[in-house]
Write a protein that binds this ligand. Sequence first.
Ligand SMILES: [Mg+2]
Length: 173
Amino acid sequence: MIRLLQPDLYVRSLCDIPLAHLKARGIRGLIIDLDNTVTEWGRATLDRGVRRWFADLKEEGIRACLVSNNRSGRVKKVADALGIPGISRAGKPRRRAFRQAMAVMETEASSTAVIGDQVFTDILGGNRLGLYTVLVMPINSREFIGTRMMRHVERLFTRHLPVADLSGYDKRP
Ligand SMILES: [Mg+2]
């Protein structure tokens, strides 16, 4: 069980994930969480760094799909703004939405990574399917009360996790 809660990579933010690192692992598609991974919780504003990171993805031919447990309006708004597909009310850590996303991106488990800020939804769901999992630190501490409670449990796992030193990688492959 504990193994299923461990990410393959732990980084500060989405923009810190070097695409060269993903490509070297054969990753061609990314399942990306919305709240506190791409935007602040409950908001739809995208900062410039995030937009650029998504533009780099496209340039590198890496596909992406937003997969969020949140309701559809915001997921669609952000997905449309980024020009990628989005799946809302995903029910993570259930596997259904992850499989759906892989079908949309036409990727396999071995060529798909999950990126998210929560161990019990994003990382657990990804690991259950044998995907490469990347945990990011939440953008902001403002979030859903249920999530805030889970953070206490989550910290038991994340406080010992080393944050990856990716300074050796070029951010732009
Ligand atoms: Mg999240």
